[in-house]
Design a protein around this ligand. Structure first.
Ligand code: ZN
Ligand code: FE
Length: 257
């Protein structure tokens, strides 16, 4: 499976999944349709699936236009997003399996950013391959989504599911927010040597206008403060001994950052 990253709008990424031997493609969170259609034309691929993580316009805005060109494509989304995702036909829950050619995605229910948010995880098909995680606006490189419809407890549960995946998982999140996220991370975890190295590297990447996505989940576990609710350094930083409260205070600080 080949994965193509399309940069659209101000800072969104849309991902096109391609299986050349079958001539088929899927798209994750098509904010807009035109760049996806151009990509599909170049690949000479038929769109068979639209995988939506949640209902926000910058994730589903291209659904209907894509369906007009590929009426047989199946539109997937979370069960709780019924009536919020244009063209949705399949209503997914935790543990559901979604076929795409030779591959199968596992569905993770990850509410917090929205109440119905899901993620799609393709486990590695051999020990040398990475897993692929499409997590929308739940986990970002160096950060996490804002809590629009969920509680800190829900978000920590959701991020715990993601944190339990293997380090060798590529994180395909939906926004290029990494530099600003790491600037914030440095204010709460600046003694973390792995974080400092990553911050330096990402500054250089962004100066060259390079994408920082996908990120490695192993690096997220080591540097992302929103996966560190049980780390003593972060708990001390926000003056709490409670994991949920630690997460909530970090999220609150980031909201003001
Ligand atoms: Zn969103
Ligand atoms: Fe978004």
């Amino acid at each position: 499976m080949q994965i193509y990253r399309l940069a659209v709008l101000s800072d969104n990424y849309v991902f096109v999944l391609h299986q050349p031997e079958m001539g088929i493609a899927a798209v994750v969170d098509p904010a807009v349709a035109e760049p996806v259609l151009r990509c599909l034309d170049q690949l000479d691929a038929e769109l068979v699936a639209i995988f939506n993580t949640h209902h926000h316009g910058d994730h589903v805005g291209g659904n209907l236009q894509l369906l007009r060109r590929f009426p047989q494509a199946i539109v997937y989304g979370g069960a709780g997003d019924r009536d919020r995702i244009p063209g949705q036909q399949v209503f997914l829950e935790e543990g559901d399996r979604v076929p795409f050619g030779h591959h199968t995605a596992q569905v993770l229910f990850v509410p917090g950013h929205t109440k119905a948010h899901i993620a799609y995880y393709f486990p590695p098909q051999s020990p040398e391959e990475p897993g692929e995680l499409f997590c929308g606006d739940t986990l970002f490189a160096g950060g996490c989504g804002r809590l629009f419809e969920g509680t800190p407890t829900q978000m920590v549960n959701s991020l715990s599911k993601i944190r339990s995946l293997p380090d060798a998982t590529r994180v395909w999140c939906a926004h290029e927010y990494t530099l600003n996220n790491l600037k914030f991370a440095m204010t709460v975890d600046g003694e973390n040597g792995v974080l400092r190295d990553r911050f330096t590297q990402v500054q250089a990447q962004r100066q060259r206008s390079e994408a920082t996505i996908p990120a490695w989940l192993g690096e997220e576990k080591a540097t992302n403060p929103f996966l560190g609710w049980d780390r003593l350094e972060l708990q001390t930083r926000v003056n709490s001994q409670d994991p949920i409260q630690t997460f909530a205070r970090l999220r609150g600080m980031k909201d003001q950052f």
